[in-house]
Design a protein around this ligand. Sequence first.
Ligand SMILES: [Mg+2]
Length: 444
Amino acid sequence: MTKDLAAFAAENGVKYFMISFTDLFGGQRAKLVPAQAIADMQEDGAGFAGFATYLDMTPAHPDMLAVPDPSSVIQLPWKPEVAWVAANPMMEGQDVAQAPRNVLRRLIAEAADEGLHVKTGIEAEYFLLTPDGSALSDEYDTAAKPCYEQQAVMRRYDVVREICDYMLDLGWGPYQNDHEDANGQFEMNWEFDDALVTADRHSFFKFMTKSVAEAHGFRATFMPKPVEGLTGNGCHAHISVWDAPGADAKTNIFATDTASGSATAELGLSDRGAHFLGGIMKHASAMAAITNPTVNSYKRINAPRTTSGATWAPNTVTWTGNNRTHMVRVPGPGRFELRLPDGAVNPYLLQAVIIAAGLSGIRSKADPGKRHDIDMYAEGHKVRGAPKLPLNMLDALRTYHRDKDLRGMMGEEFSTAFLKLKRQEWDSYASHFSQWEKDNTLDI
Ligand SMILES: [Mg+2]
């Protein structure tokens, strides 16, 4: 549905639009455009200097024009005179191929050509901290097993309720909120939808949660492991593939045409569902460069046991039925949950890499391999031949670089740009002196 943004402004009392695009590191960049100027901007886009953001460009590049996608427009529930709209970066009349939303749009179109329409739901976890980020916002939140703590969730009721009310107003179908497994940690769930819709909502959710937290004198963080020893912020994705997009979807392709006899069929996953899963399993270690994109991400996966008793994060490329200790869980027929991504994941690249790996799996009829019905945290050492996930960001970047198939599916221009900027980030980290090395090397 194409919307006329000027008419949208007049009907809804919108005074300003935030024309927003997302860079390679997941940063949301926007220009505030008065409603009087939106008609031209809807046509031509808002101008940005790409080099000033995390995109692989130089100061000599021409203007990058972020062209708003009117189907994504959201009036800020906490400031209704402003409307946010996701934009597609263009340069000299072409889509900027390295821009994350364009990578996702291209992969959605490729999958659609093969009759495949990916729908996902995500579980965005976050911590509420003091404004300087140094401590949890709630000094009473100290239980050893704080998950689902009713006392603790009610101490932050005003924040949680406000965010949930806004999601209700926006029609996202939120259905539950809880205190999560770490002290200071929360999770809010809303209905699954088409990959692009989920990516836009995921972006907006982060913006909204940070904004509401700030208004209450707190700081919300999606950092993968903000507190040593506590469970980290995951961003689990629930995946299914349908016969059509949006409300036209009638048949879940993961739940039909299931041949009997396989380990996946026993759990209600069709042959194409099994191949999609096979693609995820095959490319998982390389995917980590996207799904776990920061130095800090590797303090969440491969982590030692937390004070609550479990990390709830995977360490090995394995899958199973309804069991949260593996990288992939098949909780019921017709869908599966990828537990690898963390809170630092770029919302658009998360959806893109799921489609890229899954589509590659369907095309090559990939086999997901053996199902391991064990507690991976207690018995993981018994699994033979399953790859360990990357141990750090450099390991993940190198694995992504070696995975020609996934790199090509994500696009060479994107992959080259992403690897270049992430290598620079790694080099910056590696040249940083830490107290740990002094403590462990001073007297050598
Ligand atoms: Mg959770």
